[in-house]
Write a protein that binds this ligand. Structure first.
Ligand code: UDP
Length: 462
């Protein structure tokens, strides 16, 4: 007989940075006797190098089963077809599960796919939107949705006043999509996250109360918000879920042994870890500046350069690294086990694009940051890291939009060596402790998850 008292169907947007947090939240729910079925797209599943074994997976279709968004010509056509085919195949899945005796009670959906609420209503199910960005970023999109502010901001809008935020936001701090040819459509996608939100039962956010108190209090007056993060594997935080050591889902194969063997030979807090996540593409000029900035900092570094990016490295860079008197100075890999790396005692700083997952992972593992945001919510995350949580510095671009080697070198030294860096390093340790406590028994996120589960059980027993 099943021990599950409720069944959640999880509908993620098919990119790694969105699926991972929903998967981790699912593991927490499952540990509290909620049955989970995750429904990614067929094309996403095809491209995975690793899949989780702990939850059940049932594919739906975005209408592009061979290669997903790469097969669609534009975001606009992709999202339109996903809505049409996705609604149908999601409805079929709910019916199929019901026939097999596994009735779904609740859909937890990524608000990039707001049509999921209509499907939930069609079957009388409750719905929860799961935001993979933090609450400050969500608040900015909310105000764009309401017409209070514009993205991109008008040029003379140097300081932008946003209700619910106590810090001053400048135009370089707001989410930016200008590097994409479809920037208007992307802003629309982000802003549309709010389009069905007045109909949902819960709004879940991958963040935690202590990190963003004021804005969470402000937004909670409008939406039924529950912060449930950080959604990183339990063994890096509260250690209550013994099997939860990794996300278990990856588009790339990590060079685990190579990275850990190398890190094991480095002194404590001596290594700079550098990564721009799974999507960012730096221009060749930026790549060159970064390469020499790292080398000139004279710190040992572990740099993730995805294989599709490798051709942009300066021609002689890898060779020069090997030829230096101390050829242990740098290791370049195509992908690494980031959590294991950030947790390693040899790591002293993280040079990051400030994707929200990477930022939350660095916070959770107490690693101070040098930020080099590229687009999307990354500039806002970088602002919070530097000015609100004071756990890093931002390497500023010049008027051509390039961060120069001298700036990179200076920022690395500031965080890893100097007096100001000492405060940043101490703050990072403080946030690590808080992040662990919020998911542990009785912490703010744990209480919110408990409350979500208990309401779910009550509703599903009716
Ligand atoms: N990541 C990893 N190995 C790497 C680089 C990144 O496992 O070499 C993971 C990282 O831990 C994070 C995710 O990839 O969970 C990146 O997500 P993020 O939101 O930071 O950036 P995105 O890839 O969405 O831009």
């Amino acid at each position: 007989m099943s021990t599950h008292k409720a069944h959640c169907l999880i509908l993620p947007y098919p990119v790694q940075g969105h699926i991972n947090p929903m998967l981790q939240f699912s593991k927490r729910l499952q540990s509290k006797c909620v049955k989970i079925t995750i429904a990614p797209t067929k094309s996403f599943l095809k491209n995975m190098k690793e899949l989780p074994t702990s939850v059940s997976i049932e594919a739906i279709s975005d209408g592009y089963d061979d290669d997903g968004i790469n097969q669609a010509k534009t975001y606009e056509s992709y999202l339109a077809r996903f809505k049409e085919v996705g609604s149908d195949t999601l409805a079929q899945l709910i019916q199929k599960l019901a026939k097999s005796g596994c009735h779904v009670n609740c859909i937890v959906y990524d608000p990039f796919l707001p049509w999921a609420v209509e499907v939930a209503k069609q079957f009388g199910l409750i719905s929860a939107a799961f935001f993979t960005q933090n609450c400050v970023v969500d608040n900015i999109y909310y105000h764009v949705h309401k017409g209070v502010i514009k993205l991109p901001p008008t040029k003379n809008d140097e300081k932008i006043l946003i209700p619910g935020l106590s810090c001053t936001i400048e135009s370089s701090d707001v989410p930016s999509f200008e590097s994409s040819p479809e920037s208007d459509k992307l802003v629309e996608l982000l802003v549309n996250q709010f389009s069905n939100l007045d109909k949902v039962d819960w709004v879940l956010i991958n963040s935690f109360y202590e990190l963003e108190k004021e804005v969470i209090d402000w937004m909670s007056k409008i939406y039924p918000i529950k912060t449930i993060g950080p959604t990183i594997p339990s063994m890096y935080l509260d250690k209550r879920l013994h099997d939860d050591k990794e996300y278990g889902l990856s588009m790339f194969k990590p060079m685990t042994n190579e990275c850990l063997n190398w890190l094991n030979h480095q002194p404590i807090s001596s290594v700079l870890y550098v990564s721009f996540g799974s999507l960012a593409k730096l221009g060749s000029e930026q790549m060159e500046e970064l390469a020499w900035g790292l080398k000139n900092s004279n710190k040992s570094f572990l740099w993730v350069v995805r294989s599709t990016e490798e051709s942009k490295l300066p021609k002689n860079f890898l060779e020069e690294l090997k030829l230096t008197s101390d050829n242990n100075k740098g290791l370049v890999v195509s992908w690494c086990p980031q959590l294991q790396v950030l947790e390693h005692e040899s790591i002293g700083c993280f040079l990051t694009h400030c994707g929200w997952n990477s930022t939350l992972e660095a916070i959770s593992l107490g690693v101070p940051m040098v930020t080099m945001p590229q687009w999307s919510d990354q500039p806002t995350n970088a602002k919070l890291v530097k000015d609100v949580w004071e756990i890093g510095v931002r390497a500023k671009q010049d008027e051509k939009g390039i961060v120069r080697r001298e700036v990179i070198e200076e920022c690395i030294k500031l965080v890893m060596e100097e007096d100001k860096g000492k405060l940043i390093r101490e703050n990072a340790k403080k946030w690590k402790e808080i992040a662990r406590n919020v998911v542990d028994e009785g912490g703010s996120s744990d209480k919110n998850i408990e409350e979500f589960v208990s309401k779910l059980m009550t509703i599903s027993s009716k």
